[in-house]
Design a binder for this molecule. Structure first.
Ligand code: ATR
Length: 282
């Protein structure tokens, strides 16, 4: 098998509009790495597909892969090892395929780059220690963000449509849970993050908060990347808040993935250029 082009990719559903191939293929080119990044769109209606994909990493010449909705938790069952951070967060979005030379078998190691990606995107605009932060959602992405914010010293508050999940998350990470969507201006949040899928195409007119619930001068990050300008970000602009698009976090977490796969710094500018070129086309 030596000498053949290694394959990297994204496992998820639906992922046809993913920005990841553009970023990672540009990174491979800039770094002189002979590899290809492609999509593995796995229909959740066929539960065996995810297992088969993991068992067939050799067949597919895989060197590693990214994992997205809805498999960040399900994929954990197929890992041989986890990075401690992925274990704490309870979700894997990055897998490195290593070789067990003794048994000539692949070894799958699970990582999470969502927390690092979100922090990097926020750190470009603000200092997090002591800031009052609202995280909306309690799924895999929210868990990564809450973990990262808490570790960064922010004062974290969570709400979720299913409040029991927000409470459980708050208890686990020692943060506060609050009532779903009842945010008054006095709540005084410095940073607001949407870690739900609300506002994603085809429901692009939806937003969990309206302009009158967002403080002027605050910072709003939406993890939704399709569309890039979500309704929440429009509400934030109207409220006089600063905005960070999910694409920015996607870029930072992709650079962290590159480092995990290849053990060296990512060619960040090449990835950034490819991402914005791809967004231009849309
Ligand atoms: P991810 O890996 O992206 O975090 P997930 O684990 O499925 O995906 O979590 C999705 C999050 O979006 C959850 O917080 C979910 O709320 P519930 O826990 O109540 O399901 C939230 N979410 C999805 N659709 C929603 C909707 N229409 N309204 C409000 N919240 C929604």
């Amino acid at each position: 098998m030596g000498g053949m082009k290694k394959v990297y990719g994204l496992v998820g559903y639906p992922i046809a509009h993913s920005l990841s191939p553009a970023m990672h293929n540009a990174a491979f080119k800039a770094a002189g790495i002979e590899a290809l990044y492609r999509l593995f769109d796995l229909d959740p209606g066929k539960p065996d597909d995810l297992a088969n994909f993991c068992y067939e990493v050799d067949l597919n010449q895989m060197g590693g892969f990214s994992v997205t909705i809805p498999y960040k938790q399900a994929i954990m069952a197929y890992m041989d090892f986890y990075d401690p951070l992925a274990k704490t967060i309870g979700a894997v979005n990055t897998v490195k395929v290593k070789r067990d030379k003794k048994h000539d078998a692949p070894v799958l190691i699970g990582y999470n780059t969502d927390a690092g990606g979100a922090l990097a995107a926020l750190n470009e605009k603000t200092r997090l220690p002591g800031k009052r932060v609202l995280v909306m959602g309690a799924g895999g992405a929210a868990r990564a963000v809450v973990y990262g914010l808490k570790a960064a010293g922010a004062d974290v508050h969570v709400f979720n449509r299913t409040p029991e999940k927000a409470q459980a998350l708050a208890d686990e990470f020692d943060v506060n849970s609050i009532e779903y969507r009842i945010i008054k201006p006095e709540a005084n949040f410095d940073v607001i993050i949407n870690a739900t899928s609300v506002g994603m195409t085809p429901n692009a007119t939806e937003s969990l908060l309206h302009a009158d619930q967002i403080k002027k001068g605050s910072l709003v990050l939406d993890l939704v990347t399709d569309p890039m300008r979500t309704q929440l970000l429009k509400e934030a602009k109207q409220a006089g808040a600063e905005t960070v698009a999910g694409a920015r976090m996607l870029l930072f977490q992709a650079a962290l993935q590159f480092k995990i796969w290849f053990g060296r710094e990512a060619p960040f500018e090449a990835m950034e250029k490819a991402l914005y070129a791809e967004l231009e086309k849309r």
